[in-house]
Design a binder for this molecule. Structure first.
Ligand SMILES: Nc1ncnc2c1[nH]c(=O)n2[C@H]1C[C@H](O)[C@@H](COP(=O)(O)OP(=O)(O)OP(=O)(O)O)O1
Length: 153
């Protein structure tokens, strides 16, 4: 099982997403984030990934979720999810990511991973959650999911 992180900065009624340019989910909108490196904590990872992908800093960062993704019968990714209430710097396009702000009532779910429409609204509403999402063998179709809310981290 690979551990990874995601962060959605939500500032002044808008959420910052990236159009991923490579790797898992390339072409889709997602929160910035990525795989945790050996010896790194999840929090260290999310600050590093956001800086690498967008050249910004995060502040007022809270952990709000944990997501477990399964492809077929195989564990695929365990993701620590963060929400940031502020950023420092101006998001820049890099070779990994193209940033874009969206109004929180206009999130482009049709261009995101199919699980996102189940948990992103909870993050935007200030809820905490865990979720388990089971995809087909290729990771294309979402076959089933289960979520809990009001979780303490
Ligand atoms: N199903 C789903 N929904 C939402 N977000 C994700 C998924 N599956 C995922 O893998 N993710 C997220 C979790 C991570 O933030 C990224 C995947 O990390 P990746 O881009 O492969 O990691 P990096 O470390 O940045 O990659 P490289 O440096 O190896 O290119 O997607």
């Amino acid at each position: 099982m690979q551990d990874a992180t995601l962060c959605l900065p939500v500032v002044d009624g808008r959420v910052l997403l990236i159009r991923k340019k490579r790797g898992v989910g390339a072409g889709l909108y997602n929160g910035p984030g990525g795989k945790i490196e050996p010896g790194e904590t999840p929090r260290e990872c999310i600050h590093r990934e956001v800086n690498e992908e967008l050249r910004i800093g995060l502040s007022e960062v809270e952990k709000v979720g944990e997501l477990d993704f399964v492809f077929g019968d195989d564990p695929f990714m365990f993701v620590h999810v963060y929400r940031a209430s502020d950023i420092s710097g101006e998001p820049e396009e890099t070779d990994e990511a193209d940033p874009k702000w969206f109004d929180t009532d206009d999130v482009p779910y049709d261009e995101m991973w199919p699980d996102d429409r189940h948990w992103v609204p909870k993050l935007l509403d200030g809820e905490t959650f865990t979720g388990r999402f089971r995809f087909d063998d290729e990771g294309d179709d979402l076959l089933g999911w289960a979520m809990r809310t009001d979780v303490e981290f």
